[in-house]
Design a protein around this ligand. Sequence first.
Ligand code: PMP
Length: 399
Amino acid sequence: MSLFSAVEMAPRDPILGLNEAFNADTRPNKVNLGVGVYYNEEGRVPLLRAVAEAEKARLAAQAPRGYLPIDGIAAYDSLVQKLIFGEDSPLLAEGRVVTTQALGGTGALKVGADFLKRLLPDATVAISDPSWENHRALFESAGFPVKNYRYYAAASHGIDLPGLLEDLNALQPRSIVVLHACCHNPTGVDLDLADWEQVLEVIKARGHVPFLDIAYQGFGDSLEDDAAAVRLFADAGLPFLVSSSFSKSFSLYGERVGALSLVTDSREEATRVLSQVKRVIRTNYSNPPTHGATVVASVLSSPELRTLWEQELGEMRSRIQKMRLAMVEQLRTKGAVQEFGFVSAQRGMFSYSGLTTEQVDRLRTDFGVYAIGTGRICVAALNQHNLDHVTDAIVEVIK
Ligand code: PMP
């Protein structure tokens, strides 16, 4: 008998399944809005010019590929900290933040989760309802029970703030609370600063441990504004964790470039924390890969490339915003029986469109427009060529 004969088939990943069905679809006007990446006007994942420039220089330098330190490239870690916490952050000046290069935002979350499991073995993790689909699985695989806190209010397309605060209050003290710092995935609906302040108050009162996930910095309003929640928590003087990612903001998805930051009480505490986080990394993958973080570090540290990158990031952000407005406008002019104005107020790559599972099914079968069953659409996959077909299809399926 084979060692593996009793292994059961794992449930199919719903998004990968959707992609397979999309690839097999022969209709020429098919559109995939189920994806989680930014596409440019030509429907392709862009290679940013700032990235291409940095890669050219890296290739020319013919640098050897030795192992990196366990916590990654020191210059990269320091540049990440400044981007997230701000150039003038007192926490950075005091040496209280530990940052380690990670394999994307996912890798940062997993290293953070594994480290927290050692510190708080009996804690519960709370994630938003709904949340990025990997949050639950990831914290469960680190050994935590995972609960939802109320977040999205379908009727108003907004936040259920009283429900959110009530649920955070009801968690056992010292629970781990995972929060989307900006551009909430999948809803596109964010807390405003006044909401964040109330969330912070409950977290402080209950002694919870916040784990801020910032995977879309620069896709909301600006690099600085999108970090407002992180900065608010930094000012509050409590310990917390941040997972960050350059997958989207540098369009470097496959290079796995992210970071885990931990805010500690003192420089001395930071040194001890780093030593333990390094053990978690060492026993998982030893040390991170060189390419992506080298590219990001050279872009962020070169004034010219950094300006170019910020400009390209701004172009991605405003193209998505333009698509939001154009979609709302077209649905209005085409006489859609529902109002979609809320889509233009959502932020980041996604929109909870309010479309039902049945409507999403009809979009796919009748029109070749692929979206997630929850009604999540990737606005960053819309462009001038496919928007007309998508809005025609939506108008039909909501009749
Ligand atoms: N957190 C959230 C909220 C995300 O949406 C994603 C990616 N879609 C990640 C983390 C993971 O990012 P990465 O691809 O860098 O692992």
